[in-house]
Design a protein around this ligand. Structure first.
Ligand code: SF4
Ligand code: SF4
Length: 366
């Protein structure tokens, strides 16, 4: 199965038994404390999340796969410079940054297509057994990172993301739940936690969202910009910086993403999957503030950026524009003028107008 996954282009794959999570108490405590913010779906499906056999009755095994979407230390603000300079675009506009995983093709499509091919092959081979399969890429209440770790695809770092010892953490996960018994020698493949005494991600997080092995989603810029649909607490406006979709800081500072060739267990070099080659690193903030729904659809087509609505993107762009003005990347007068226009525009949704008003007030105080 693992060889077949490699042939399908996955950077890494593994198999584990479909057993309940070892973190049920932690999950329940995290949900009970409200740290999942407005991601109600996490609480709604909590009972399923703790046991994959409730997601697919009779499930006995899980095949987990990982795609590498970014080579270690080769782009962005990490050790080597980005191919596209963030901050200012070619036309002199101010760019709002998007998270690396969202810069290329939609990973849901890229991964799901190949997992269905894998399931079809297994189904054909074991048709007589009446085996069942359920493919998932963020699409089922399954604790993907934990199962990936149990499959030997890495350990869960202090920032709560999966880190593969040779690939780093710029990976996207997916899997197949099946009633087949693939009899994996799971524990033998468990990867040792290599975080050690390091606290780089904790120290670098702009909103102090991380405590060891724990993230308060309500403070995390990824949650605030991609998941949260309401207003963003002004407490976080400055920390958001130029990010309008997600945040990569805790991964950029991680030593396990340092420049080094990614390789497989045999030392063979692994390249980032070209399907994720960046189409762009960001969007012009003033252009986003002018978008209509058809502009958002066109710009986001084929990418995982689709998760953010037009209102969310404009809200995020208003915050980033204020930060750009405060940092001297755009003339404060130009930013204030644009924000003022939004506050008076009755066609704009209330969240966008209120956000612009608050950003404007803060700029005018400075
Ligand atoms: S994604 Fe950004 S805000 Fe969220 S935990 Fe990582 S560094 Fe902090
Ligand atoms: S930055 Fe350090 S503590 Fe954080 S995940 Fe990476 S190795 Fe672990």
């Amino acid at each position: 199965v693992i060889e077949r996954c490699r042939a399908l282009g996955f950077a890494e794959a593994g198999v584990c038994q479909a057993t309940p999570t070892a973190f049920a108490d932690e999950l329940r405590a995290w949900l009970a404390s409200g740290e999942h913010g407005s991601m109600d779906y996490l609480a709604r499906h909590a009972a399923l999340r703790v046991d994959p056999r409730l997601v697919l009755p009779g499930a006995r095994s899980i095949v987990m796969v990982a795609d590498l979407y970014e080579s270690r230390g080769t782009r962005g603000e990490g050790p080597k410079a980005s191919s596209v300079k963030l901050g200012v675009d070619a036309a002199g506009g101010v760019l709002g940054r998007i998270a690396r995983y969202a810069r290329g093709r939609d990973y849901h499509e890229v991964i799901k297509r190949r997992l269905h091919a894998l399931a079809d092959e297994l189904r054909a081979e074991f048709a007589g057994d009446g085996a069942e399969f359920r493919v998932f890429v963020d699409t089922a209440p399954v604790l993907e990172r934990e199962h990936a770790a149990r499959c030997g695809l890495g350990w869960i770092g202090k920032h709560t993301l999966a880190i593969h010892p040779r690939l780093g953490s710029y990976t996207l996960l997916g899997g197949v739940l099946t009633t087949l018994d693939l009899s994996p020698p799971t524990e033998r493949h468990a990867v040792t936690d290599h975080c050690g005494t390091c606290t780089r991600c904790i120290d670098a997080c702009p909103t102090r969202a991380i405590t060891p092995y724990h993230v308060d989603a309500r403070r995390c810029i990824s949650y605030l910009t991609i998941e949260r649909r309401g207003m963003i607490d002004p407490e976080f406006h400055r920390a958001i910086g130029d990010r309008i979709f997600g945040c990569d800081v805790c991964q950029e500072v991680c030593p396990h993403n340092s420049p080094r060739e990614a390789s497989d267990a045999l030392g063979e070099r692994i390249e980032a999957n070209p399907e994720y080659s960046p189409r762009r690193d960001g969007f012009d903030l003033l252009a986003v503030l002018d978008w209509r729904e058809e502009d958002r659809r066109r710009e986001f087509s084929g990418t995982s950026l689709k998760r953010a609505t037009l209102v969310m993107m404009k809200r995020n762009a208003a915050i980033a524009l204020g930060n750009a003005a405060a940092a001297g990347k755009i003339r404060p007068n130009a930013a204030c003028e644009r924000l003022r226009t939004i506050t008076h525009d009755e066609q704009e949704p209330e969240i966008v107008r209120s956000t612009a008003r608050r950003v404007l007030d803060d700029l005018e105080k400075e």
